[in-house]
Design a protein. Structure first.
Length: 264
């Protein structure tokens, strides 16, 4: 089994509202985008932001970022605004390591059923990715509800957010790369089914290769390139082909202790 963490999402459109933010840490003299998640929970958040990207999970699938919505600490969703770009963790641990493995599930794929036997299959991985994305999406919905931005009982976010799927080698992945690709396809398809305005992938070329074998399956999806190091290096990634085979849409770099992002 491989250990990998995958992130992906899709960039904000020009029509999106500028995110609302309160006091926080320095964000540089020129406004740019920033991404935050559970590691920033309870701490300062960037100020002077052009757009905000928020992770909905607590580092792994089937977990919620405790600072996503309303609570004892500042809400990261409120910092980013109603039109926040959202990202979700991904993984494909396989049937022996997951308590959420979809054995017996019949939709959207048949997993370990009479007509489709076997638990370690592409169908099961697809369902796992679909289900994990559904759980992450509901975390997002719950955060909107907690802030009074959506009615109690909502099953959809009040806006069609853009989403990224986070793909890295810090979460659990199978050594069967085809199953990992099926898992990511299930996650993409779920988010598309609930009206996400865009779905892309956050990763590095090396992590993407380790987890997916550098698949071209998602060449129609944008790439959010991880950790360029400097703003100049991040800017140089724009206009190039990303690890998915599609364009680089966002490029991440370090700025004043935060992860900043350039929209290409």
């Amino acid at each position: 089994m491989l250990t990998v963490f995958v992130a992906a999402a899709f960039a904000s459109t020009a029509a999106a509202k500028r995110p609302q933010h309160g006091g926080g840490g320095g964000g540089g003299s020129s406004p740019t985008g920033y991404d935050v998640s559970y590691p920033q929970c309870g701490g300062p958040l960037p100020s002077n932001i052009l757009f905000g990207i928020v992770g909905v999970n607590d580092g792994i699938v089937y977990s919620a970022n405790p600072c996503l919505g309303g609570g004892s600490s500042a809400s990261e969703l409120q910092w980013a605004g109603q039109n926040a770009i959202l990202y979700a963790n991904t993984g494909n641990p396989g049937p022996s390591l997951s308590h959420h493995w979809p054995n017996g599930q019949t939709s959207p794929k048949q997993c370990n059923t009479t007509s489709s036997p076997g638990s370690d299959t592409a169908n099961c991985a697809y369902d796992y990715g679909w289900n994990a994305a559904a759980d992450s999406y509901q975390d997002g919905v719950n955060a909107y509800v907690s802030l009074g931005w959506a009615p109690t009982g909502s099953t959809r976010t009040p806006v069609a957010n853009q989403w990224w799927l986070d793909v890295e080698i810090a979460n659990s992945w199978e050594s069967n790369l085809a199953n990992n690709v099926a898992d990511l396809q299930g996650a993409v398809d779920y988010l598309v089914s609930v009206g996400a305005s865009g779905v892309g992938f956050y990763s590095s070329p090396s992590d993407w290769a380790t987890i997916t074998g550098s698949t071209a399956t998602f060449s129609a999806r944008g790439s959010w390139v991880a950790g360029a190091g400097s703003q100049t290096t991040a800017q140089s990634k724009c206009g190039t082909t990303g690890f998915t085979g599609g364009p680089v849409v966002l490029s991440q770099y370090a700025s004043n202790g935060f992860d900043a992002d350039i929209r290409c």
